[in-house]
Design a protein around this ligand. Structure first.
Ligand code: URP
Ligand code: ZN
Length: 455
């Protein structure tokens, strides 16, 4: 063995047991007792989790006249420090461009920078016949999920989404969908601006929960017609969850993701003074607090499958402030790739809302299963990549800008102290983080060819 993690409490989506983990050539080679190796890392009294997977990031994304502040180096360093060892980022098709070009452009951005392994979804913004034909090649290249927006200027029509769903079903892919009714958002936004309502607090009023419910219901209906799987990204509210639950109850493969910001932050944040509300301008927006309990119930009861982040950070100074006089110009997005796992552990496990197994399932195993990475990633098993997190359940960390590695000038959780944090993070058997210090190498992350979707 090159390395042995000694006497840790191994946690997977199904099991909890004390064992040594032997690592050889970057893989988990042996799990047992009294293992010997060239190097020993003591994990006694700590948990050993599979490295977490964030299936929803936007690194170095050109969006709303600016570029998201984390590139594939800073974003993946931050991910690793927070216990995430795989990301799946969104490669965006340019209008009139090919999917091939989108994938290549994102592979180029990542190649010499990423410090953890990465895959891509491709967002389709121009669903022509040629593009539908090209989707098959993407699956062959390891991209087995496609995104479409029902909001923003890039949004697809219902007919285009239906075509995408039919095609995805044929080729073993899943469609990820951003559910907000874009034309209603445009209508409401114009009305607010005409009334002189330009501050950040009008952002959530321009895209209420009912617009998300309508779009979720519509996407689910189209998936039912196509008999295709659907993955609803960043679901925020009770009404939208109800639409998804109804279809799931009749056995449809409708998968649901939410994000920590929707579980922990609420609409009152937009009232922070001095343009502070801009920090939370994300789409869909933060909702009224009562929705949070419904989302937690969904996590506990199994109606929500995945916690992602929608990590898309913009600095307050120099980026968010583009929209100081007009909330529609505030770049939409917030940081989260580093804080997702500690927040879910603290708010979920420590507060007794979810079990340790469910925690692992939500941040690692389910994203791996849905997006064709299991068992290489997302679990701890002989033959899996040795992407492992030695987790200190007693370590406290305040999630302030100064303690975090994301390349952004604010933290949405500045005063929040969590208990439970990564002590050591391994990517394919190499220690890349120790005590919140990154010690890996730029470009060590590899592109992941994901398997086709299986319902
Ligand atoms: O506000 C958000 N969510 N920004 C990132 C792009 C998207 O909609 O996922
Ligand atoms: Zn997103």
């Amino acid at each position: 063995m090159d390395l042995v993690l000694k006497s840790g409490t191994v946690v997977t989506a199904t099991d909890i047991y004390r064992a040594d983990i032997g690592i050889h050539n970057g893989f988990v080679a042996l799990i047992g007792r009294d293992l010997h190796g060239d190097c020993i890392l003591d994990a006694d009294g700590r948990y050993v989790f599979p490295g977490a997977i964030d299936p929803h990031t936007h690194l170095e994304l050109d969006f709303m006249d600016t570029v998201s502040a984390d590139d594939f180096y800073t974003g993946t360093v931050a991910a690793a420090c927070g216990g995430t060892t795989t990301i799946i980022d969104y490669a965006e098709q340019s209008q009139g461009g090919t999917l091939r070009d989108a994938l290549q452009a994102w592979r180029d951005k990542a190649e010499n920078k990423a410090v953890v392994d990465y895959g891509f979804h491709v967002s389709i913004t121009d669903a022509t016949e040629e593009v539908l034909a090209e989707m098959q090649e993407m699956v062959t290249q390891g991209v087995s999920s496609f995104k479409c927006y029902l909001a923003y200027p890039e949004r697809l029509t219902d007919n285009e989404l239906l075509q995408l769903l039919l095609r995805s079903r044929q080729i073993g892919a899943v469609v990820n969908v951003h559910c907000e009714n874009g034309s209603l958002v445009d209508f409401m936004t114009d009305r607010l601006l005409q009334e002189g309502k330009t501050e950040p607090r009008w952002h959530p009023r321009s895209r209420p929960a009912s617009f998300e419910k309508e779009a979720t219901q519509r996407a689910v209906t189209l998936a039912e017609i196509a008999e295709a799987p659907l993955y609803v990204v960043h679901l925020t509210c009770a009404e939208a969850l109800k639409a998804a639950k109804r279809a799931r109850a009749s056995g449809r493969p409708i998968l649901v993701e939410t994000c920590p910001q929707y579980l922990l932050l609420d609409v009152e944040r937009y009232d922070e003074p001095d343009f502070g509300g801009a920090k939370y301008v994300v789409s869909p927006p933060l909702r009224e607090r009562w929705n949070q309990q419904v989302l937690w119930n969904g996590l506990v009861g199994g109606d929500i499958d995945v916690i992602g982040t929608d990590h898309c950070p913009f600095n307050l100074v120099g980026q968010k402030d583009i929209g100081r006089d007009d909330f529609t110009k505030i770049p939409n997005g917030m940081p989260g790739v580093e804080t997702r796992v500690p927040l879910l552990y603290h708010e979920g496990v420590n507060r007794g809302r979810i079990s340790l197994n469910r925690f692992v399932e939500l941040v690692a195993t389910n994203p791996a299963r849905i997006f064709g990475l299991l068992p290489q990633k997302g679990t701890i098993a002989v033959g899996s990549d040795a992407d492992l997190v030695v987790w200190d359940p007693d370590k406290e960390m305040t999630l302030s800008v100064e303690n975090l590695h994301m390349n952004v000038d604010y933290s949405p959780y500045e005063d929040v102290t969590v208990r439970g944090y990564p002590e050591i993070v391994l990517s394919r058997g190499k220690v890349i983080v120790r005590d919140n210090h990154f010690q890996g190498q730029a470009g060590s992350g590899r592109f992941l060819r994901r398997k086709p979707f299986v319902a």
